[in-house]
Design a binder for this molecule. Structure first.
Ligand code: OSB
Ligand code: MG
Length: 370
């Protein structure tokens, strides 16, 4: 297919409640919505870079620059018949996985719409609904945290992740564990520790956690291996796994026993599926991470999480956990069994709410092929 036009929207959406992690607190979420036009159809993609380089070095600003200056011309030239073609076009651009993934998602959406197949079916997903949990940000006190966790449990979430950072780790986790002894609970440090300061996390080993996510630096698979050897609880890598190669390094070094897969961080769904396959061969369970996506990225996450080795609940919560108003007409709801149903319409299976899109747009750019 020939891509005739690319439209970029830089969005800023108010979150229902502030979200705080070890790298900062946000009240609004930014992202870039990508639209690819081909033969009368429009493919949608979401670039999950945020305003600040806290989780990733990429920002909405850098992603916009890379999309506009480098990726657009490559995508508007010649024919693109699958995700491999799309990735081959972008292969001369080093890094910038979040920017690349936003484009690739829109290519997948187009492929689905043209063939009448859902993204789930194109990726080889099996489940019609996927197990999900909720990621709870840092709160002002352990008491407030226990209250927040209880609120989400009463909404039906059966797996909870809490954010930790130095000084807000053992006590917070103990408070939640003590209040809910049987809850499926895990923690995420977003790279806030060094091998040395991570010694303070030792008491977490006795709190029956599903996993400890990304305690150390994002580029430090080696020290994660040293830390994993000292802990009973499985480590899970998020930030460190930016390619299938890095997944292999982590597995070979025994740096973790679980891997969080985010298509954005891996540069696209194609690489995400390949990482899933590699982990499956090595008996490493995976789960789908989240980036506070809009309905567009959420649909993509649900399709990805329907693959068989996504055997742990994903950070894919209902739309109302994040946004009062979303840019898709579809809103995702939590089923009684702590699952969300995977869309089954062609492609991503979501449609834009144009007035919401307009409301949240900071900047728009249309790029046409010559
Ligand atoms: O580390 O998993 C993370 C949100 C933004 C950036 C990084 C992370 C997160 C979350 C929220 O934990 C997951 C979600 O509900 O989308
Ligand atoms: Mg994480």
């Amino acid at each position: 297919m020939k891509i005739e036009r690319i439209t970029l929207h830089h969005l800023r959406m108010p979150l229902r409640a502030p979200f705080e992690t070890s790298f900062g607190r946000i009240e609004t979420r930014e992202c870039i919505l990508v639209q690819l036009y081909a033969d009368g159809q429009i493919g949608l993609g979401e670039c999950v870079a945020d305003h600040q380089p806290g989780y990733s070095y990429e920002t909405t600003g850098t992603a916009w620059h890379i999309l506009e200056e480098f990726i657009a011309t490559k995508i508007l030239k010649g024919e693109i018949n699958d995700a491999a073609d799309c990735q081959a076009r972008m292969s001369g651009i080093r890094g910038h996985q979040l920017a690349k993934a936003g484009i690739e998602m829109a290519v997948w959406d187009l492929l689905g719409k043209r063939s009448g197949r859902s993204l789930r079916s194109l990726l080889g997903g099996e489940l019609e609904k996927v197990a999900v949990g909720v990621s709870v940000g840092l709160q002002v006190s352990p008491t407030r945290l226990v209250g927040q966790v209880g609120k989400y449990m009463s909404e039906g979430y059966k797996r909870v992740k809490i954010k930790i950072k130095p000084g807000r780790d053992v006590q917070d986790t103990f408070a939640v564990r003590n209040a809910y002894p049987n809850l499926r609970l895990q923690v995420d440090a977003n790279s806030a520790y060094s091998l040395d300061t991570a010694k303070s996390l030792k008491p977490l080993d006795d709190m029956n956690l599903l996993m400890i996510e990304q305690p150390l630096f994002e580029d430090d698979i080696w020290d994660h291996a040293k830390l994993q050897a000292q802990l009973q609880t499985p480590l899970c890598l998020d930030e460190s796994i930016t390619s299938v190669r890095h997944a292999r390094y982590a597995i070979e070094m025994k740096a973790c026993r679980i891997i969080n897969i985010k298509a954005g961080r891996l540069g696209g769904l194609r690489e995400a599926v390949a990482a899933h396959d590699l982990c499956r061969e090595h008996g490493i369970p995976v789960w789908c991470g989240g980036m506070l996506e809009t309905g567009v990225g959420r649909a993509s996450n649900l399709a990805l999480a329907s693959l068989p080795n996504f055997s742990l609940p994903g950070d894919i919560s209902a739309s109302d956990r994040y946004y009062e108003m979303d840019i898709t007409r579809e809103r995702f709801v939590l089923n009684d069994d702590s699952t969300i149903t995977v869309p089954d319409q062609p492609g991503l299976g979501v449609n834009l709410d144009l007035s919401a899109l307009d409301k949240f747009t900071l900047k728009k750019k249309v790029i046409e092929s010559e």
